[in-house]
Ligand binder design. Structure first.
Ligand SMILES: Nc1ncnc2c1ncn2[C@@H]1O[C@H](COP(=O)(O)OP(=O)(O)OP(=O)(O)O)[C@@H](O)[C@H]1O
Length: 361
């Protein structure tokens, strides 16, 4: 396993890039700890695969260096980087048995048969493939074939990292859920460095210890599921993580108050200090989970109009309008009537403030 460092890395597919938008990956410096389980999360086209391919050596970066345990591998081809890769679709030998497929990467490196058997059986057991070991891969379902691909990725203990590119795409939803949990268990047991690309936040948050969130070629935050939920550092993280995502409202600040539409609500002492001297557009962020419906107007409430209320079984999902802003709220009880006026409270300790999309308080 290896610590992976990306130093001043940037990549443009087009020649002579000039504007930031010419880059599939904008300049970044980043370290991936040895033995970490990372998910690389972001919408389609944000640069996840490009970043993964630079780590694996499939793409040579137009700028910067890639180090594995301090060794510069930027110019090395994939096969010289000692990594394992698992792709969206199964990459296995159909004519071989499951056992031989799993043993292949080890035999290739000259492992003795006894040690090979031990490791193959260990990985097969973890992926619940033990009963299929003697079967020919060609007769198996696509789910089972993809489990073999995962097993082949995980079988070598000496790789610098195992890179997964949306590996559960072809897997049936129920098995997907099981495999995500399995991969987490396997990570704790085998202590491999894993980097897992996905556009699915549930997948990222259940699998990884650290989620690296990307948008438009940039890493905007790396953090645990809890940090991304409670303290998004960038408005994109707030909006992208969560269902629905964070409410982002325009506001201004004056005299220790935040003005939201025509409402002035008090800032916390910390927000007051952080926003002192800030003029112009500020974005207030509040998760739907933390919005409260007040009984009536108070000094800390905001006037809203009820747009929609849906009973979701476990909670009510309500949508309000505050001036030009839409505000979603997840409420345990809700007697709001569509079209009526309501009063919302944004608890100070749950309200975040952003300037130019970056969190300041
Ligand atoms: N070989 C290529 N040549 C030119 N442009 C490319 C190439 N590969 C990717 N791009 C562009 O680079 C940007 C980042 O693409 P990339 O595939 O890395 O994103 P992604 O986040 O992995 O998206 P997806 O989830 O859709 O695969 C996109 O604008 C894409 O169109």
């Amino acid at each position: 396993m290896a610590r992976i460092e990306l130093i001043d890395l940037a990549h443009a597919y087009k020649p002579n890039p000039s504007a930031p938008t010419d880059y599939a990956l904008r300049p970044m410096t980043k370290t991936w700890d040895d033995g970490g389980a990372y998910a690389l999360l972001g919408p389609s086209g944000c640069g996840k695969t490009t970043l993964l391919n630079i780590i694996s050596g499939l793409v040579k970066p137009s700028h910067g260096r890639v180090l594995f345990d301090g060794r510069d591998v930027t110019q090395l081809p994939t096969e010289a980087r000692n990594i394992a890769q698992v792709f969206q679709f199964p990459v296995i030998y159909d004519t071989m048995t499951v056992y031989d497929n799993l043993a292949f990467p080890l035999r290739n490196r000259g492992w003795k048969e006894q040690e090979t058997r031990k490791r193959v059986e260990q990985v097969a057991e973890m992926l619940e493939l033990s009963h299929d070991l003697k079967m020919r891969a060609s007769g198996l379902s696509v789910d089972a074939k993809q489990k073999i691909s995962l097993g082949r990725g995980l079988v070598r203990p000496d790789v610098a990292a195992v890179l997964f590119d949306e590996p559960l795409t072809v897997i049936d939803p129920h098995l997907k859920w099981l495999l995500r949990r399995k991969l987490k268990e396997i990570h704790h047991e085998l202590k491999l460095s894993l980097i897992y690309v996905t556009h699915d936040q549930v997948e990222a948050l259940t699998f990884a210890d650290q989620v690296v969130v990307m948008t438009q070629g940039e890493v905007v935050q790396t953090g645990s599921a809890q940090a991304l939920f409670e303290e998004p550092e960038h408005t994109f993280v707030g909006y992208f993580i969560g269902n629905p995502g964070m409410n982002l409202l325009d506001c201004t600040v004056h005299d220790g108050l935040a003005r939201i539409d025509a409402n002035d609500v008090p800032l916390s002492a910390a927000a007051k200090a952080a926003l002192a001297g800030v003029t112009g557009k500020i974005t207030l962020g509040i998760r739907p989970e933390f919005v409260e419906l007040a009984a009536g107007q108070q000094p800390d409430t905001v006037a809203a109009t009820v747009v929609a209320v849906r009973n979701m079984g476990t909670h009510y999902l309500a949508e309000f309008r505050v001036g030009a802003n839409s505000v979603a709220a997840k409420l345990r009880v809700c007697d709001a009537v569509v079209g009526a006026q309501a009063w919302l409270r944004f608890p100070q300790e749950r309200t975040l403030y952003y300037v130019n999309d970056k969190r300041v308080a």
